[in-house]
Ligand binder design. Structure first.
Ligand code: 5AD
Ligand code: FES
Length: 337
């Protein structure tokens, strides 16, 4: 479906019957294009060391009062095996930009995970040089996830003292060039965003032809410079954004991102019924979770990997959906072949 900026804006302002129709249509488009399977991709937060200081982020390097940790290879492999036992078909290796997670180390880790499990591998390790990406792809990485956060140059610059928008967007193009499945997205309500800017962002994101679209609301973290800001939109807008993204990107994988549970109980269930088709349960060992709070009120901090896996399976059944049993690769990638 194509929508003009004016139409997107009007959907963002939808209320009552119109809003119900938007949610219903997004759910239908999801059902017709990506089916009833919900793919489980376990997020393993392998390190909270980060050399950067994004102004919204709860693990930015300038925060000194959190314990920094880095999982070791044995713990990572064990967590991957637990994920497999818990019906997850992808591991998402996520971390801050940690120099110790070197090209060689991650390369070896990918090989090991591939040898010891059948999991697909998504990496989410921030900005990296092209040759590193190629190496990781050659070692067996299937996908890479990096949000561009905002395509508005002023808002991007205000939020990212250590990053450059052009570099970030080039990075996403590089992923597509080298043939690794690319996931990206933005923060809804990044400080300074207007509703018109949000409509533009939705269309920009759709123009990137992403295999996976990961979007969530900005939630102010008190220990960051953006802790004094507030999200300019009400929470209904957050859901509308995902529904509109589904209309514009029928074949993309769209996860029900963790932050939706932070803004509303069972928010992730609701989102799965409004366009999303992927769930990314937290698979990090319980003892590390409290140190990876990118934003306040992050769910599942006191749970274990097994707790979340059991909970997620129940949630999916409770809304009448099935757990995807294959790896849930990109449907765009299949079309491209
Ligand atoms: N609120 C919401 N999302 C956040 N992220 C980081 N900090 C916050 C916050 N305060 C998101 C970023 C990043 C992803 C891993 O977490 O979009 O890409
Ligand atoms: Fe973690 Fe429900 S998903 S407890």
């Amino acid at each position: 479906m194509n929508l003009t900026e004016k139409e997107v804006l009007s959907l963002l302002k939808a209320e009552g019957k119109e809003l119900a129709a938007l949610y219903k249509q997004a759910d239908q488009v999801r059902q017709e294009n990506v089916g009833d399977e919900v793919y489980l991709r376990g997020i393993l937060e392998v390190s909270n060391y980060c050399k950067k200081s994004c102004n919204y982020c709860g693990i930015r390097s300038k925060i000194k009062n959190i314990t920094r940790y880095r999982m070791d290879t044995t713990e990572i492999i064990q967590a991957c095996k637990d994920m497999e036992r818990n019906k997850m078909t992808t591991v998402v290796i996520q971390g801050g930009e940690d120099a110790k997670l070197s090209k060689e180390y991650i390369g070896e880790l990918i090989r090991k995970i591939k040898k010891e499990t059948k999991l697909a591998i998504t990496l989410s390790l921030g900005d990296q040089p092209k040759d590193t990406l190629i190496h990781w792809k050659n070692c067996g990485a299937d996908r890479y996830l990096i949000r561009y956060e905002s395509s508005d140059p002023d808002l991007f610059a205000k939020a990212h003292p250590d990053d450059d928008l052009t570099t970030r967007l080039t990075f996403i193009k590089t992923l597509q060039e080298i043939g690794i499945q690319a996931g990206s997205g933005f923060l809804i309500g990044i400080p300074g965003q207007t509703i018109e800017g949000l409509a533009k962002e939705i269309l920009f994101c759709s123009s990137l032809n992403l295999d996976m679209i990961g979007i969530g609301p900005f939630i102010p973290h008190p220990d960051t410079p953006f802790g004094i800001e507030s999200n300019p939109f009400d929470k209904e807008v957050f859901f509308k954004v995902i529904s509109i993204m589904r209309l514009l990107n029928p074949k993309a994988h769209i996860p029900s991102t963790t932050a939706f549970d932070a803004i509303q109980p069972n928010g992730r269930n609701l989102l799965l019924q409004r366009g999303a088709n992927v769930f990314m349960p937290n698979a990090t060992p319980q003892k590390y979770r409290k140190f990876y709070q990118l934003y306040p009120n992050k769910p599942c901090i006191d749970e274990s990997g097994d707790d979340c896996a059991k909970c997620v399976q129940g949630r999916i059944v409770s809304i009448g959906r099935k757990i995807g049993t294959d790896q849930g690769h990109s449907l765009l990638a299949k079309e491209k072949k």
